[in-house]
Design a protein. Sequence first.
Length: 288
Amino acid sequence: MNPVLETRDLTFTYSPGTAYAKTACDHVNLTVYEGEFLGVIGHTGSGKSTLIQQLNGLLQPTSGQVLLHGQDIWADPKKIRAVRFQVGMVFQYPEYQLFEETVMKDICFGPKNKGLSDEEALQCAKEAAYFVDLREELWEKSPFELSGGEKRRAAIAGVLAMDPDVLILDEPAAGLDPRGRDKLLSQIRRYHKARGNTVLLVSHSMEDIARVADRVLVMNGGKMAMLDRTENVFARGDELQKMGLMVPQVTRIMARLRQEGYPVRGDELTVEQALEELLALCGKGGAD
């Protein structure tokens, strides 16, 4: 796989040169590959939000580099706006950024600013609306008439409509009920599979990350603590616990069953994987 984003000794210090100086991102060397789904986890204050805000130029590094397709995004500061079309960011509670008269105008805003014609922007916006299951009868309504979940999907559609090479989502399911959370994650996963774009998902939910991520980056104290395939990261439960993180509940249950002598793998990440393993185990028991 080819790298799409790289960081080289990426460092960011808040209030440098003062008594309040704090290094929130400390010499991070990260490679993100084209088409991968990368989960980003870490407790509050671990540096994950500071890291991702540097990946599309919202924050300029104190030192080090961010490379997009091999080019330093700050080589020409006048072009940093173009970087944000290629690396799209969805913040927590993105519905607070809705402002246009209608839902469709809001979704069209990004593509138009990218330089697309009205017709091209509308086509991109419609495709994005379909991706997030935003019904056509909602398109001409005011965004403020939508339900909370619909607003969330409309705001995310506005970023998807720009068709970024990299989509970064910072706690996109925050505040949603379990059904809304599951639906949104499924839509993001479907978008990723259909478009093949790179996706970075920041989440406090280990279960969410386990369901969708190919690899997981663990931030701790501003540094990269782990970067590996999802199953390998969550297999290091003791280390994660010391950082204030927990492996998915189903993984803990299956690991405990293995410790008790049951012939299961013990590294299952999702309920579906655990159910398949347990059904197979029951089948073996029944055959005996």
